[in-house]
Design a protein around this ligand. Structure first.
Ligand code: ASP
Length: 469
């Protein structure tokens, strides 16, 4: 039997069809039972009349959120009974067959509202019910559409999606790593990737030329507002790029995506302004300024690229220079400058050089960042030295990359966009948790699965770990 979706039902007027779904609500009107049946695509009115006795008697039992299967005839609603608020409001289904597939306890909360009135902890504990509400279902479906748009857009332009490992070695991106003990090598650990940064650069060495990935990233950060321990990036890298190639690719993609999927939104300025970091800081005291002219209008999108970041920043606490973006970021070369001249200049005054780095900002949020990269082993080594790494540590941590760059590495560069944040802004949501199917709380808990959780002594033993409980 083919499956019908509720949104398609009006097309089958006067025909007999079968539907599956949830009891959204029930109203008894005199002798007649009205059930609003819900599936992913909408709601339709079912009519049970006492004439079909067996079915009617069974329908008496129906309660909200029971799962049922019905067969019935699609009919025009009697005049005056239409519901203009429903896309199926002109019709109803006279049910001739009913099967109860699953009963439901009373839900812990109302799912007909937008849910904003509820405690978030309760929503997260019963996320599978919270996702039944229309707003959340819409967010998930729109998320899928945005990702599909990006995949198609990049595929058409010669990009290839490649999956990179989750079990890997730590990448220095400024946050703490999540570590995974290696059972087969006592005392050793994998790290979950903070981003696929090194892998994507190695794919450029491999000659893949244009890479992207809808990539999960893991960062063990202290509780900080709207952060998630794992989040999703559109990660991208290409070889032989000028900075402008990357910026114009991204702005073109964002523009077409907004026009296709969010036609009600208005991009304030196109092409997106390219604003030098120093100017932005002087003018707005922030590197992610909110450039909207009318901040009351939720349909306004003020994108901009912030460019020309400094290469290093001084870390007072650690008394050392650190990369503003990450150590693989390429400094700007002066016209005619040779590699050894650049290295000498940077070493002499690390606070001075400008990076070929850019951020994408939207309405006061940083939604992406990237850079052109260093592909010369000597320059990369110099950067690590300035950051305070010994030669030994450099070799141990980054030897693989330095070696890879010695086998014919093309100039390359890329960017990563924070998909959760982009979706949050496009959906006018107050938090990224509203656009992630199963998010964690601000302090990293999964309240539904109850994670993190203790594990068996036996598991710890196998991993050569001791319990501190
Ligand atoms: N990996 C970087 C990040 O996550 C982005 C990039 O440089 O492409 O911020």
């Amino acid at each position: 039997m083919s499956r019908f979706w509720i949104e398609d039902v009006p097309r089958y007027l006067n025909q007999e069809i079968s539907l599956f779904g949830w009891v959204n609500s029930r109203r008894d009107h005199g002798q007649i039972i009205f059930i609003d049946l819900r599936d992913r695509t909408g709601v339709v009115q079912l009519v049970f009349s006492p004439e079909v006795k067996e079915v009617y008697d069974l329908a008496q039992k129906l309660r909200a959120e029971w799962v049922i299967e019905i067969t019935g005839k699609v009919t025009q609603r009697p005049q005056g009974m239409e519901n203009p608020k429903l896309s199926t409001g002109q019709i109803e289904i006279e049910v001739t067959n009913l099967k109860i597939l699953s009963e439901a306890k009373t839900l812990p909360f109302d799912i007909s509202s937008d849910g904003k009135e509820l405690s978030e902890d309760l929503r997260l504990k019963y996320r599978y019910l919270d996702l039944r509400r229309e707003r959340m279902r819409k967010n998930l479906i729109h998320r899928f559409k945005v990702i599909k748009f990006i995949r198609d857009y990049l595929a058409e332009r010669g990009f290839v999606e490649v999956e990179t490992p989750f079990l890997t070695k730590s990448t220095p991106e400024g946050a703490r790593d999540y570590l995974v003990p290696a059972r087969l090598e006592p005392g050793k650990f994998y790290a979950l990737p903070q981003s696929p940064q090194q892998y994507k650069q190695l794919l450029m060495v491999a000659g893949l030329e244009k890479y992207f990935q809808i990539a999960r990233c893991f960062r063990d950060e202290d509780t900080r507002g709207d952060r998630q321990p794992e989040f999703t990036q559109l990660d991208l890298e290409m070889d032989f790029p000028q900075q402008e190639d990357i910026l114009s690719l991204i702005e073109g993609m964002m523009k077409e995506m907004v026009e296709t999927l969010y036609p009600e939104k208005k991009i304030q300025t196109f092409p997106f302004p390219r604003l030098p970091y120093q100017e932005v800081m002087a003018k707005y005291q922030s590197d992610k300024p909110d450039l909207r002219l009318n901040k009351d209008n939720p349909q306004e999108l003020a994108f901009a690229f912030v460019v020309d970041f400094p290469l290093f920043e001084w870390k007072e606490q650690e008394q050392r220079f650190d990369a503003v973006h990450h150590p693989f970021t390429r400094p700007k070369f002066e016209p005619g400058e040779t590699l050894s001249e650049v290295i000498a200049r940077i070493k002499k005054d690390p606070a001075q050089p400008t990076a070929q780095q850019y951020d994408l900002v939207l309405n006061g949020f940083e939604i992406g960042g990237g850079s052109l990269r260093i592909q010369e082993p000597a320059l990369l080594e110099a950067i690590f030295e300035i950051m305070g790494h010994t030669k030994e540590a450099i070799n141990q941590k980054f030897g693989h990359l330095l070696e890879a760059f010695s086998y014919g590495a093309p100039p390359h560069g890329g960017i990563a966009l924070g998909l959760d944040r982009i979706l949050m802004l496009l959906e006018n949501e107050p938090s990224i948790r509203e656009v992630i199917a199963f998010p964690k709380t601000g302090d990293g808990k999964d309240l539904m699965m109850n994670a993190p959780s203790e594990v068996d002594e036996k598991q710890l033993k196998e991993l050569h770990l001791k319990s501190f409980a």
